[in-house]
Design a protein around this ligand. Structure first.
Ligand code: UDX
Length: 428
């Protein structure tokens, strides 16, 4: 929304949230998310044509809006039909009810959150059942940005996707993006294709990671190096070089959730073979995290493990579904002590997510986390982990550095006299 406000100075954008504390943070100098470039844009547009208002005080803005984006979370259901797989649409449904009750005149309602295919049907039903005189058009406009590169992705998108059956509504939304996106990059499809395309894109990206991660294990057994294999495979223009970086496993709020949603949809529509195919992508990811944690456990020269990186990727403070959560849980369950360091993640919140275990603590520098450790687990590809001064790191003698991101300086680790295991490499 900040980028829309920046690129369309004539459009007034109001962001409503039920959580007044979060709105206060958006209005403060310390934003609730870390995202490179975001504070600069917010400073430019906040109070000009971007306004953050608690929902209870923002109903007039909602009533007047020509376009309303539904951008609430669609987490995996934890109870009821489809628990553990299907997307929970309760927050989307609550938004649709609120919009139906408040909206005046004609309102374009845009699905921005990732939805299961045919979710728009449910939104349309709620809007017609609860309307108080307004009329509505529902569009799907899924967001393809990735965290850490969000501003660049929004300003220079590969494509913007608008799905809908109402040409006037599609044209109206298209005119907003046309302020900075070339017309050929604004794709229009039917509603259901747009909804499914977002799930499909995330499933394809996750599938590439599970494919290369599955081969990382074979590389470790055979002496091949997964980075070399990926580089060769990626030069085929039909395959391309991106998303072939072997890792300790993908994380984040999207891939696992969207894969599970896709799997549920396939099962629901009587396609067990298709569901099983995509389930394999999830299973390899779980196996990769487990495999890495077991390697750290076996390699540890004493009971203390230093974990470097808690975020699910670099340049974000987000640790939702991060490999670090799974690996730390496993290390702690096996009785090891974990000292973690991450340049951006709030260690207190991470510890709370783990249930505040007594053997988990957070260091304020990498050097502090490393001191006395019998094993090191590198779980996020933060740039600073590429230049750790291993020679002066005070690891326990015989300690093993386990690199789940292929970022550490292999020569420096070896010269410092420590053992080294790199994901996808037999003889680092
Ligand atoms: C993803 C999609 O990229 C984005 O289009 C969608 O809108 C939301 O989901 P995001 O989860 O923010 O974005 O980050 P992404 O860069 O896709 O990384 C996801 C995970 O995959 C991270 O844990 C990352 O470290 C991992 N990854 C990525 C790999 O392990 N190897 C790779 O080659 C690429």
């Amino acid at each position: 929304m900040a980028v829309i406000a920046a690129r369309c100075p004539d459009v007034q954008v109001t962001v409503l949230d039920l959580n007044a504390e979060r709105i206060a943070a958006w209005n403060s100098g310390s934003l609730p998310v870390f995202e490179p470039g975001l504070p600069e844009i917010i400073r430019q547009v906040r109070g000009r044509n971007l306004h953050f208002i608690p929902q209870a005080q923002g109903l007039a803005a909602l009533a007047e809006a020509d376009v309303v984006f539904i951008s609430v979370q669609t987490p995996t259901k934890t109870s009821g039909a489809g628990a553990g797989k299907a997307s929970d649409l309760q927050f989307v449904e609550a938004c649709a009810r609120l919009i139906a009750q408040q909206a005046r005149g004609h309102t374009i309602v845009v699905e921005k959150s990732t939805m299961p295919v045919r979710a728009a049907e449910r939104i349309q039903q709620i809007l017609s059942a609860n309307q108080t005189g307004g009329t509505f058009a529902v569009l799907s406009n899924p967001e393809f940005l990735a965290e850490g590169t969000a501003i660049r992705d929004l300003e220079h998108p590969d494509r913007v996707l608008i799905g809908g059956e109402d040409p006037a509504a599609v044209a109206a939304l298209k005119s907003i993006y046309a302020a900075w996106v070339a017309p050929e990059k604004i794709l229009t499809t039917g509603l259901w294709s747009a909804e499914l395309s977002k799930l499909a894109a995330n499933a394809f990206l996750a599938q590439r990671i599970s494919s290369i991660n599955s081969l990382s294990a074979l590389c470790e057994q055979t002496g091949a190096d997964v980075a070399e294999v990926a580089a060769v495979v990626g030069t085929d223009s039909r395959i391309g070089p991106k998303f072939l970086q072997a890792s300790v496993g993908f994380g984040g709020s999207c891939f696992q959730k969207d894969l599970l949603s896709l799997i549920y949809l396939c099962e629901h529509h009587g396609l067990p073979e298709v569901a099983a195919y995509w389930q394999g992508v999830v299973d390899i990811n779980e196996w990769q995290k487990r495999r890495f944690a077991e390697a750290v456990q076996q390699a540890a020269a004493n009971r203390r493990v230093a974990v470097l990186g808690l975020a699910f990727k670099k340049d974000t403070n987000d640790f939702r579904e991060s490999a670090a959560l799974a690996v730390c849980r496993r290390l702690l369950q096996s009785g090891l002590e974990v000292v973690a360091y991450d340049p951006r993640v709030d260690g207190t919140r991470f510890a709370a997510e783990l249930g505040n275990p007594s053997h988990f603590s957070v260091a304020s520098t990498a050097a502090q986390a490393l001191a006395g450790a019998g094993a090191v687990a590198v779980l996020t590809e933060w740039d600073e982990f590429r230049s750790i001064a291993w020679a002066s790191a005070k690891l326990s003698p015989g300690a093993m550095v386990c690199d789940g991101r292929n970022v550490v300086d292999r020569t420096a680790v070896r010269q410092a006299g420590y053992g080294l295991r790199v994901i996808g490499s037999a003889a680092p």
